[in-house]
Design a binder for this molecule. Structure first.
Ligand code: FMN
Length: 301
């Protein structure tokens, strides 16, 4: 155990108890709004509804809060770090640089809060260098927003942490090189007929459904390439046979494919390889990403 006289170590140990962040507000004797950032907020009782907060005697407004007959507590929402910093700063103009509204009782409340409480003074006692201010809740609101968190490393947002831990969404597209022996069939924007593949669906089935819906006649056979188009995006390209004109597709002579001006570099490389292999009818299978990969023999000969 550490010596309790080591204030720095004690403060650090206290900070392991992660909290939300609030702004505690009231009106000074002149009626001007006053407020400070506090993470010492605690719910105390449901019946009667009681909460507490601990203003420190270092506060410029300590006496105002120590004696306040009514005060407000705004629980800050994720994204309101700037409001927390504002009300923890030495700035005098706190209320002119943030959005707030007076409650019907006149108590100021911070706009965009996750929840708000308006309290009548229930009890106040001095406890070392802080006071414990217990309030009876007379009105409250709840915006059901995630609250801003505060811990040993400063502010944190649960939503961000959850997103960081969530597995990345993998999106898959399935496409086809539709070939009639001498031509390849491309869409109007010079791409392969393509279907996006919903999670848990077979790429072949998704592509078949897309081609059938477009009334394109085809016969899908082998996989020609699988490559990553980005960190979480994959494209699977099949080869397929077709005959005659196909609705919505234009017919490009296979040997002309390398000359097409196609911006997608990976698709351009794929079409160039297809044209070369088509001339010898010796097709490979590409696996890699949009920039680098390997061409494997499609079958043992
Ligand atoms: C996250 C956070 C939590 C805080 N919690 C409290 C608290 O519970 N009680 C307190 O007296 N001061 C707390 N403070 C410090 C006051 O907000 C800060 O000292 C404020 O500037 C005091 O207002 P003043 O400038 O009017 O003295 C906290 C500061 C931060 C950043």
């Amino acid at each position: 155990m550490s010596m309790v006289t080591d204030a720095k170590a004690l403060r650090s140990a206290f900070s392991r108890f992660v909290t939300g962040v609030t702004v505690v507000t009231t009106r000074g004797v002149d009626g001007a709004p006053v407020g400070f950032t506090a993470n010492s907020f605690t719910s105390v009782s449901l019946d009667p509804p009681l909460v507490l907060v601990c203003p420190g005697n270092h506060l410029s407004t300590f006496e105002v809060f120590r004696n306040a007959s009514r005060f407000g507590i705004s629980v800050l929402a994720e994204g309101q770090q700037h409001v927390s910093n504002l009300f923890a700063s030495r700035r005098e103009d706190r209320f002119s640089t943030c959005d707030w509204q007076p409650h019907a009782t006149g108590v100021p409340l911070i706009s965009g809060r996750a929840a708000g409480f308006v309290c009548d003074r229930f009890h106040a006692l001095d406890a070392g260098d802080h006071a414990v201010l217990i309030g009876q809740v007379i009105d409250f609101d709840d915006a059901c927003l995630p609250g801003l968190g505060y811990g040993p490393n400063g502010y944190f947002e649960q939503t961000q942490e959850r997103e960081a831990q969530a597995p990345p969404v993998q999106s898959t597209r399935a496409s086809v090189l539709l070939d009639d022996g001498r031509h390849l069939y491309l869409t109007a924007d010079q791409d392969l007929p393509t279907a996006s593949v919903p999670a848990g669906t077979s790429p072949l089935r998704a592509l078949t459904a897309r081609l059938e819906a477009a009334k394109i006649r085809f016969n899908l056979n082998v996989v020609y390439a699988i490559y990553d188009e980005g960190p979480h995006a994959r494209r699977i390209v099949f080869r397929g046979q077709t005959k005659g004109p196909q609705p919505g597709l234009s017919k490009i002579p296979t040997q002309n494919l390398p000359e097409l001006s196609i911006r997608d570099e990976a698709l351009k490389a794929l079409l160039t390889r297809f044209a070369q292999e088509h001339s010898t009818q010796n097709f490979g299978f590409y696996i890699g990403d949009a920039y680098d990969g390997d061409v494997l023999p499609a079958s043992e000969r």
